[in-house]
Design a protein around this ligand. Structure first.
Ligand code: DGY
Length: 319
């Protein structure tokens, strides 16, 4: 029997699966586990099932000890894990691709609709108790039909977002490290372009690339200036892909029309410049937040951990 440390609350079915085979120490506090407590608890662990709120770095891997075999993140993004440090120590790192694709694409489309149709503004207006009535020019937004969606990062979530946008009558262009499957490109009518062209021609730019040194501030002042002043930016990937201060300035100065953000540069803080603006929709990292999706993520993370503990290849290894 091995020792599995779970760094935060996860669905009970996944805990039961782990408990059926191993001794499980799962943090159950209402708040995230503190760093000191986490370092103390991982000592002697054979597996760590981690949440994206916990930093899994060399210090933590060393605190766990040389018996640690696997770090299974309950997320597809793994910018919280120092993967080279895991590899160096012979530790398998794993994530949860696929199971949150549709839920995250739903939120991307939701943000596109909220931003372009000014739903947040309308909701805030009614809740404020201010007088309002239907008017020909009242809270006019922008239609999606016939407009262009630019997808940055055309992996599973980018493709699922494009599929939804196509159903709303949008044309699709994308920027990606590689061409996507020709059959899928044909089905979506999607054309691969360079980022410069995508920014210049898109009416909505939706970010779906992973975060890392290569994508830090991929969208900054220069890129925002290259967008149409009628365009919208949506980010459901990772906050630091966007320079938030530059975005707040671009939104304030009318350089772009609006934005929808599910993720933030210094999560859970939000740039104060954004909080003052009406033309940005702000939601608290809800991309995968459905009961079904979170359960599937936790089960896949448990399967990753269990496989490595049984000396098998996990279903979703990173390294
Ligand atoms: C992920 O899995 O990376 C998501 O951001 C979690 O919601």
């Amino acid at each position: 029997m091995s020792r599995v440390v779970v760094t935060g609350r996860i669905p009970e079915t996944a805990l039961e699966k782990l408990r059926a085979e191993h001794e499980v120490d799962a943090w159950q506090g209402p708040e995230s586990i503190g760093r000191e407590e986490l370092l103390r608890r991982v000592a002697g662990a054979d597996a760590v099932v981690s949440l994206l709120t916990e930093r899994i770095d060399a210090e933590l891997l060393d605190a766990a000890g040389p018996q640690l075999k696997v770090v299974a993140n309950v997320a597809v993004g793994y910018d919280n894990i120092d993967v080279p440090a895991c590899t160096q120590r012979g530790i398998v790192a794993a994530n949860t691709p696929g199971v949150l694709t549709e839920a995250t694409a739903d939120i991307a489309l939701g943000l596109i609709l909220m931003a372009t149709r000014r739903l947040g503004e309308g909701e805030r207006l009614i809740r404020s108790g201010q007088a309002w009535k239907w008017g020909m020019f009242f809270l006019l937004g922008s239609s999606l039909q016939g407009k262009t969606l630019g997808v940055v990062g055309m992996g599973g979530i980018g493709q699922a977002t494009a599929r939804r946008a196509k159903a709303f009558g949008m044309e699709i262009v994308y920027q990606s490290r590689s061409e996507i499957d020709p059959g899928i490109a044909a089905e979506l009518g999607a054309r691969r372009v360079e980022l410069d062209e995508l920014l210049a021609i898109s009416d909505v730019v939706s970010l779906h690339c992973p975060y890392g040194p290569a994508t830090h501030h991929l969208i900054g002042a220069e890129q925002l200036a290259a967008m149409k002043d009628s365009a919208y930016l949506v980010n459901t990937a990772r906050g630091p892909i966007v320079d938030e201060a530059a975005l707040a300035a671009a939104l304030r100065d009318g350089q772009i029309a609006g934005a929808g953000l599910d993720v933030f540069e210094n999560e859970p803080s939000v740039h104060p410049g954004l909080l003052e603006l009406d033309n940005v929709v702000l939601v608290p990292h809800l991309g995968s937040a459905t009961v079904e999706t979170r359960t599937a993520m936790a089960m896949l993370a448990a399967d990753n951990a269990l496989a490595v503990l049984s000396d098998e290849r996990p279903p979703a290894p990173i390294n």
